[in-house]
Design a protein around this ligand. Sequence first.
Ligand code: NDP
Length: 330
Amino acid sequence: MTQRFKAVLIRKDGDTQTVEDVELTQADLMDGDVTVAVSHSTVNYKDGLAITGRSPVVRKFPMIPGIDLAGVVQESANPAFKPGDKVLLNGYGLSENHYGGYSQLARVKADWLVPLPGAFTPAQAMAIGTAGYTAMLCVLALEDARVTPANGPVLITGASGGVGSVAVALLSRLGYRVFASTGRTEEEPYLKALGAAEVIPRAELAGDPRPLAKERWAGVVDSVGSKTLANAIASTQYGGAVAACGLAQGLDLPVSVAPFILRGISLLGIESVYMRKERRIQAWQRLAGDLDIKKLDSMTKTIGLSEVRSAATDILAGKVRGRLVVDLSK
Ligand code: NDP
């Protein structure tokens, strides 16, 4: 029997990119050994870039966007999964060269799937999504660099965004004194409820960076890049570490070598899309143990598939607070 399902499809004709809601059948799906009935996805910054076409995220057209998905296995040709298993997927080229999560049905490779941790519903796993899983990758990297709460406070930039909100919740729960930097100082009550000890205006870190500034942070989670990251590095304490995962302000990094050679600062690059499986599973296990579900729920808004396009524009404009879940049944 032909199964019809809803999806969002990006097409490109010359320089013109169009995004529409479509109905597809299983025959339209790409190759893979596991078919997942997708119940939830999410909107990350990268989804905003793909849907608006602002950056060349999509490598192959037509494309179903959505870098994350969660749902239930419907069919599997791989012994690692069986029908009924709950699963999630972050990255692995979804929305770049393989159909992604804005589709009620997805056919993917078993290797890409992570079993859904029992602590989370599919909706909560997507409230975490790539943004939250990346926040945990940053935390793991700081821990590997021997940053501890006893060493001093941590700075989180872009704190009201997806990576930032989850990082605030995680690091405060782990006992760190968290400084949350935001351009939306009206979000101070939100950030303090997530666990921030202090909220600082984005402008404090946005000026032209000096090679070295007053030592303030034992560790940093930066999702902003550019001058903000340069200022964060310049104000990191002797022996501290900075996890860099984002580019919301820009791709550039106007920094000197002074913090590295005079203070022994480590700059830790964080890449989530092709992260090895054991580290993914470790990150999800740690999220299950260290993320306060009530705080996760408080940072999450749920939208339907038809609202994904406007959400894409909003997230690039810095108008989304916390995390957006896409309920595929809506
Ligand atoms: P969000 O849009 O949810 O968060 C980004 C936040 O950055 C905004 O909420 C805003 O926070 C701040 N910001 C936006 N524009 C500027 C600006 N011009 N100057 C300074 N701050 C700004 O996005 P996500 O959390 O989904 O992603 C954050 C970044 O991390 C993105 O660049 C994304 O591409 C990257 N990323 C990278 C991954 C990887 O594998 N390396 C994985 C996941 C994300 P506020 O209003 O509080 O200032």
